[in-house]
Design a protein around this ligand. Structure first.
Ligand SMILES: *Cc1c(COP(=O)(O)O)cnc(C)c1O
Length: 388
């Protein structure tokens, strides 16, 4: 096939939907009023933000009053963990439960809380990256203040049994937070049906801009603020609102509500084709759950190859992909997710993640398969550890 450009790293970030940008433009140009002011220029910013709040809430079955805008998904995760743990600090509840394969926004925050004297249990997951309910149940203690378990994993796409986890936490009287950054807008999220108390999302994973996120906090739950200052977001998150990006996030949520099902079916079909094709290469495995996975996430380990070399050579072919292998993270160890699902260092070195989105086509998948096959052959021919 002719050279083409294929963006297949939608779990890292997504392009802005043109409809989202169009909705944002007035707030980057003529409608620049500060939403906190009394005059009418500010009120158009305020109204637009409230409409965005309504849209973000609708896509997770929350009430608009339970949505707070933040600067990114990482900030929402920080707010959930630091905000809730600090609010329980003097009430004898110092235990946090999370998993070994969370995003670093959760893991590094949990580690920081440990340094402050909180106790953290990092749950193991099964070989598909799923949390086991009995393991979670055994970990819950009388002093457990929070359970934080990701909705869907960003490296291997595994979707956790969130409704069952929510039900268990509710029965045990423990607050449940989920990092839904990869799930929201891609698979159904219902905070009421799933008994979710706190939930994090991010704009740039759903075709809205980078640098905007939101947190859902169930009515009645009071977190300590992490960013203090003015009274924005009902005093829970200070700072003049990023109106344009918030409007973009709202529009993205509105679009996803209309198109999510169709997108999941379309992207799921492309992924199936890509996964089936890649698994035909010898000594290649799918990582993550075989069925309970995000529609667009195709993650593999390809034996006897370095993930970095793969990604660089795919880039020469115009394909954007990623790896959880060692050097990408600037450390010598492969990703904590791959190790967390029990893969050896050796196998993890050949990790490759291709994440598809609405902009991808069948031709893209054919092209990826053709070029990937060539790249794998070339790299294996040079590999001292390759034997077929
Ligand atoms: C991307 C991502 C985040 C971080 O979101 P930012 O908006 O980039 O800070 C957190 N958790 C998961 C699972 C993610 O995929």
């Amino acid at each position: 096939m002719e050279d083409r450009f294929v963006y297949a790293d939608n779990a890292a970030t997504t392009p802005i939907d043109p409809r989202v940008l169009e909705k944002m433009m007035p707030f980057l140009t003529t409608e620049y009023g500060n939403a906190s002011t009394l005059y009418s220029l500010g009120s158009s910013s305020r109204d637009a933000m409230e409409e965005a709040r309504r849209q973000v809430a609708l896509l997770m079955n929350a009430d608009p009053g339970e949505i707070y805008f933040t600067g990114c998904g990482s900030e929402s995760d920080n707010m959930a963990l630091r905000g809730w743990m600090h609010s329980k600090q003097n009430k004898g509840k110092k235990h946090l439960i999370t998993t070994k394969i969370e995003h670093h926004a959760i893991l590094h925050t949990a580690q920081a809380l440990e340094k402050e004297g909180f106790e953290v249990t990092y749950l193991p997951v099964d070989k598909h990256g799923m949390v086991e309910l009995d393991v979670l149940e055994q970990a819950i203690r009388p002093d457990t203040a929070l359970v934080s378990i990701m909705f869907a994993n960003n490296e291997i796409g595994t979707v956790n049994p969130i409704a069952e986890i929510g039900k268990l936490c509710k029965e045990k009287g423990v607050i449940f937070h989920t990092d839904a950054v990869q799930a929201y807008g891609h698979v159904p999220v219902d905070v009421k049906a799933m008994n979710i108390d706190i939930l994090s999302i991010s704009g740039h994973k759903i075709n809205a801009p980078k640098g905007v996120g939101a947190i859902y906090i169930r009515k009645g739950i009071l977190l300590n603020p992490v960013i203090t200052g003015g009274g924005q977001e009902k005093g829970r998150r200070a700072g003049t609102e990023n109106v344009a990006s918030i409007v973009g996030l709202g529009e993205a949520a509105r679009i996803k509500r209309e198109t999510m099902e169709e997108e999941a079916a379309y992207v799921g079909k492309l992924s199936r084709k890509l996964i089936d094709g890649v698994l035909k290469f010898p000594q290649t495995i799918l990582t993550g759950h075989p069925e309970q996975r995000l529609p667009g996430t195709c993650s593999f380990c390809i034996n006897a190859i370095e993930g970095e070399s793969l990604v660089l050579m795919l880039d020469f072919n115009g394909i954007c992909a990623s790896t959880g292998s060692a050097c990408s993270t600037g450390s010598l160890d492969p990703s904590h997710v791959l190790l967390g699902i029990g893969l050896s260092h050796e196998i993890s070195h050949g990790s490759l993640r291709l994440t598809l989105g609405m902009q991808n086509t069948e031709e893209d998948v054919d092209y990826i398969l053709e070029r990937l096959e060539q790249v794998v052959k070339t790299l294996r021919a040079m590999s001292p550890i390759w034997h077929d």
